[in-house]
Design a protein around this ligand. Structure first.
Ligand SMILES: C[S@@+](CC[C@H](N)C(=O)[O-])C[C@H]1O[C@@H](n2cnc3c(N)ncnc32)[C@H](O)[C@@H]1O
Length: 329
């Protein structure tokens, strides 16, 4: 029997995202973790009347972020890990930022039939710099770096790598986390100047000034350095006018036995498993940015001359699966 609930239920998700946004902004999880856990006390602290506070708390119980025992609320293990602000594993800003992006995407979709929409490129570097201070830092530290580290530590060449580049590094945390695990590695973090200014602060925070430097510029126009044994690049190829030229530049900047590790979302519109990726990239797609098709990157890697290319899908990346390509020169 055909069931319309699949579509009706989609509408309910919106209620949940609104509730979580409010809870994060009110720092509810931190408050409860600190021991303020009865409706009346919580309502006093967040200055919302107690019947509304109870609705908010009960919503969070349904969302498995709180538990309730004898009228006292407790933070679940998951919320403790990701939603208590001020902790190093906090990812609340990742949620809030992505929610904002989806909301902007909604506006974009509504104007689908109206006009040609283009992002103003002059603001791009500033936007990435701002993101690198907060949500991208959280996302890279807690969600991307563990995956990158796992891939790179498992390369049999790992101990012999001397020089590494994190291309399109944003906050720089991925490059920093890798360097932290390799005492002799020299690392370059590359991004726009506005963005590497933020990455520089993170180099200091990690106390890795002796091993890590920055190089700034536009990947499409400027030099990215030479003789790298390893280049890590994730989620950057969507932004280039000519991907092949950039990949040639990457190839030429590797040492003779150098390795490129690429991590990007590739979307097969005929594959149900790519549904999240398709909708997540919808607004970017509507702005005329590049959505990567399956095999598109591997084909270019082969054309520019990489001798071996190992590719697989990881489902560990946030929100959307990603395609990993490990390319050897
Ligand atoms: C989506 S973020 C990805 C950040 C990081 N690699 C990650 O996976 O978490 C894209 C990054 O690429 C940088 N980027 C995009 N186009 C660039 C260009 N033409 N030159 C320099 N950096 C660029 C942006 O500034 C931003 O920091």
């Amino acid at each position: 029997m055909k069931n319309i609930n699949k579509y009706l239920n989609m509408l309910l998700i919106q209620q949940k995202t609104e509730i979580l946004e409010i809870a994060l902004n009110l720092k509810i999880f931190k408050l409860i973790q600190e021991g303020v856990n009865r409706v009346f006390d919580i309502s006093l602290k967040i200055k919302i009347d107690d019947s509304k506070t109870k609705i908010l708390l009960d919503s969070l119980v349904f969302m498995e972020l709180l538990e309730v025992k004898q009228d006292k609320y407790y933070v679940t293990q998951f919320a403790k890990e990701f939603f208590i602000c001020g902790t190093s594993s906090y990812c609340g800003d990742v949620f809030l930022h992505r929610k904002q992006m989806i909301e902007n995407g909604k506006k974009m979709i509504k104007s689908l039939l109206e006009e040609d929409i283009k992002l103003k490129d002059n603001k791009t570097a500033k936007l990435w710099a701002d993101a690198s201070k907060k949500f991208l830092k959280q996302e890279q530290r807690n969600l991307i770096a563990p995956i990158a580290l796992d891939i790179i530590k498992n390369l049999k060449e790992f101990n012999f790598i001397n020089k590494m580049l994190d291309l399109g590094c944003a906050s720089g945390i991925v490059g920093l986390e890798i360097t932290k695990n390799h005492p002799t590695l020299k690392t370059t973090l590359f991004d726009y100047k506005e963005v590497t200014d933020i990455a520089k602060e993170h180099i200091k925070e990690y106390k890795l000034e002796k091993q890590v430097t920055v190089l700034s510029g536009d990947i499409e126009k400027d030099e990215i350095g030479t003789n790298y044994d390893l280049i890590w690049c994730s989620n950057i190829f969507y932004f280039f006018k000519n991907k092949k030229e950039v990949i040639e530049k990457i190839y030429n900047s590797l040492s003779p036995n150098g390795i490129l590790v690429s991590c990007h979302v590739e979307i097969d519109t005929k594959n149900n498993l790519d549904e999240n990726s398709f909708f997540y990239f919808l607004s970017l797609n509507l702005q005329g940015k590049n959505i990567l098709k399956p095999m598109e990157l591997s084909k270019i890697f082969e054309e520019v001359g990489f001798s071996t290319i190992n590719s697989y899908t990881t489902y560990k990346t946030p929100m959307t699966p990603s395609q990993i390509h490990i390319c050897k020169k």
